[in-house]
Design a protein around this ligand. Sequence first.
Ligand code: UD1
Length: 416
Amino acid sequence: MDKLLIEGGARLSGEIAISGAKNAALPILCAALLTTEPVTFTNVPRLNDIATLLRLLEQMGVKVSREADVVTLDASGVDNPVASYEMVKTMRASILVLGPLVARFGEARVSLPGGCAIGARPVDQHIKGLQAMGADVKVEHGYVHAKVPKLKGARIFTDMVTVTGTENLMMAACLADGETVIENAAREPEVVDLANCLVAMGARISGAGGDVIRIQGVAALHSATHRVMPDRIETGTYLCAAAVTGGDVRLTGTSASYLDAVIDKLMDAGCEIVAERDAVRLKAPARLNAVSLRTAPYPAFPTDMQAQFMAINAVAEGTAVIRETIFENRFMHAVELQRLGADIKIDGNTAFVKGVARLQGATVMATDLRASASLIIAGLVAEGETTIERIYHLDRGYEKLESKLAALGAKVRRLS
Ligand code: UD1
């Protein structure tokens, strides 16, 4: 299993390009299931999660062609509307095939995701929405089995804000009879990017980006080309990496506009940030101030940036209080950060992080994608060498991680 070795102490500076967003690309690739015509996507990041999804689509009968960041999918020959446990257990987002499959084929069998490192993460809202649209949904032998002659438009109110739930139901509604209204919808930029892609394919959607989304069903969708939005979490992660090292970086191919809550906190921490049209520049002070935060659905502070901020707070001046309100078990990185010398106390969903003058390099273990990112950030400022084990988590979500970090001057290498 690959490991990452980081020699702490280098100040990050320079420029790198941000990749397409994993969490936008995953639903957008699934949208190709809704049409018999080929759909082309650009700016698709080369990540293990994307490769897993493309494999799953291929198993269903989708023709996949990929060259660099351009992926073309042709779902005219789909003959197997099934997502097996083997696929879903490695990537929960596989559940995103459920809505499109039921909408186009009137049937789907998708494995339940089961538990994951950051919590139970059920899919009851996805099921409830499809049931409201007239589908007969049974959970049998660990699989969600949905069947319906034709989905019907419905008013759906989700019990909590769910990103993939909103995306699944929005895709399903595109081919339903009549109007669907999703209330309490997720407002994440990735939901808007998916809606833009669906509209380019001929869907009639309004309100994406707000908490009420209206979809008028159409008889069929068609061919289109769509560019995946930049990855705001990758952007935020490199901003934190630069900030913690007192660095000065410019990230291109991205935008500060999706990152207001994160940028606000980095400015509170003492960083200077310049938002350009397609780039973000950050200059950091020698030592950051501690910043408290509370995660919540967009536009509030993203749970996917919580671990990275725990790492920067670990060496900041002062004490930060971090509240995690989205996932019940998302502090696994805290114990690993403690191994590097961080002073962190956990009480339920709240972490108290008292900044220390310096961390010390050690061997730590990545437990999930964003937890791994926080260990890299800590490793960049720890004294001596930090070894991060189980970095396959990072390969799920960060494209060309070592080469991007190295381009900014980090001393990092991968051991296979
Ligand atoms: C998505 C993102 C993930 C991010 C998360 C929250 C993708 C592929 N992943 O995950 O990176 O951390 O949003 O911003 O886009 N819930 C239920 N029942 C449901 C659905 C969700 O109880 O049917 C709960 C979850 O357990 C969680 C909360 O709702 O506590 C939010 O989850 P959700 O927004 O659905 O997360 P994902 O879409 O899985």
